[in-house]
Design a protein around this ligand. Structure first.
Ligand code: KG4
Ligand code: ZN
Length: 405
């Protein structure tokens, strides 16, 4: 089975082509034929966060060229001698799919109609959660490809993609080949990204129960905002990390920042107050030296890490989980990776910890391909939803959402 996957939920346009052998319901190994990405991060830097209208515009500008790039890299972009001409009926069907995106339809026609139908069995696409204007670019493109190539389209929950990525293990001998480690249940997933902070219990395959989530800012969002306060660039996570690493072992902030909701007794999080505490800490200094900035960055990172690790371990013990799975862009954080690895080994030695490789921790097409393969449930009308929940994968159909727009 060969699947092409599209991710456009936030500020990365990601397209992957993946091939599996054996049953698609439980693929043992998969080969990445292409995993291409265009990041808009530098464009959003001026806003200190992702600006939805700009994200949509950039996805629309980049998606078709990136698609051609991915098909070429996968070796399945074959030019037709003469471009295909759409019949009036086909033209009307595509115009309906792209009715809010005429420019996207134009580039679709310019690029895709000159290609032979590639050897692809299905198209997977992020249907949520994410920024709706951005999601629509991917969904409409996927629907159009499904119609043009006559293949099913599989809606994928972005967060399920982050979970699936943690279960990938690179084959040491075969290039670009991954093994998908089977998960053992009950498992616990901690999802930490720019838009989410969720502790999710997975009692069995494909089942999710939300144990707790952030009451305000997502952890990645807090990293981004604190980075801005410290005069650092976007995305803020890696910048804070770099600054924090410079602090010598024997030094710490004189008055430590709070560890929000550490003892709240539930599995919820809150990072907005911590952000305010950082602001007060900055104001305390008459002149903020480089070392002061480093100390603040370090204590902020430590606070976030301590809260995440403590609550995850507590939930893991309460539900007696066999595995802990981390997912989302914030898992790229070195300190978080280190402390989780040490703490799980010490406090829950029988529990396995899965963390995605740093290269795959941020948004990408491959994660959507893998989750799409696991679900393998195509739908005539894609499920699409900007606030799609993991626990509730049922959402309105594409048709219904189009009518609502
Ligand atoms: O999963 P992701 O790529 O996109 C969303 O779905 O939101 O996560 C992006 C978030 C950003 O907020 C970024 O600052 C954060 O992940 N991030 C990090 C690190 N690298 C990326 N946060 C902390 N430390 C990092 N090294
Ligand atoms: Zn993400």
């Amino acid at each position: 089975m060969r699947i092409l996957a599209i991710e456009t939920s936030c500020d990365e346009t990601g397209i992957a082509v993946v091939e599996t052998r054996g049953s698609s319901a439980t693929p043992k190994s998969l080969k990445v034929l292409a995993n291409t990405l265009i990041s808009q991060a530098s464009l959003h830097a001026q806003f200190g966060g992702v600006f939805p209208a700009l994200a949509r515009r950039e996805h629309a500008k980049n998606i078709m060229p990136l698609l051609i790039h991915a098909l070429t890299e996968a070796g399945i972009a074959k030019k037709l001698k003469k471009s295909r001409v759409l019949t009036a009926k086909e033209g009307a069907a595509f115009a309906k799919i792209f009715h809010k995106e005429p420019e996207l339809f134009a580039t679709f026609k310019d690029t895709l109609l000159s290609l032979k139908i590639p050897a692809i069995d299905a198209v997977a696409v992020t249907s949520g959660p994410g920024l709706e204007p951005a999601l629509w670019v991917g969904i409409n493109t996927a629907e159009a490809l499904g119609a043009l190539w006559g293949v099913p389209v599989i809606p994928v929950n972005h967060m399920e993609g982050h979970i699936a990525t943690a279960l990938l293990e690179l084959d040491p001998l075969k290039p670009k080949t991954y093994h998908l480690k089977p998960a053992n249940y009950p498992a616990l997933a901690l999802l930490i990204s720019g838009g989410h902070t969720e502790l999710v219990l997975m009692p069995s395959k494909g089942k999710y129960k939300m144990l707790g989530q952030t009451r305000d800012d997502a952890v990645g969002e807090a990293f981004d905002k604190v980075a801005r306060m410290l005069g650092l660039g976007y995305p803020g996570g890696p910048e804070i990390s770099k600054l924090a690493e410079k602090v010598p072992h024997n030094q710490a902030l004189a008055v430590p920042l709070p560890r929000p909701m550490l003892k709240s007794g539930d599995f919820d999080f809150s990072f907005s107050g911590l952000k305010t505490s950082v602001l007060y800490a900055i104001k305390k200094f008459e002149t903020l030296t480089e070392r002061d900035r480093e100390l603040i960055a370090k204590d902020f990172e430590d606070s976030v890490t301590e809260v995440l690790v403590t609550k995850t371990i507590r939930a893991g013990k309460k539900y007696n989980v066999k595995e802990i799975i981390l997912g989302g862009g914030v898992t790229a954080n070195k300190e978080i990776r280190k402390v989780f690895t040490e703490t799980v080994a010490r406090e829950m030695p029988d529990t396995k910890l899965f963390i995605p490789s740093v290269l795959l921790s941020g948004d990408n097409g491959l994660m959507i391909a893998v989750a799409g393969l696991l679900r393998s449930k195509s739908q005539k009308h894609i499920l699409a939803n900007g606030t799609l929940k993991l626990a509730k994968s049922v959402s309105p159909t594409l048709e219904e959402l189009r009518k609502r727009r």
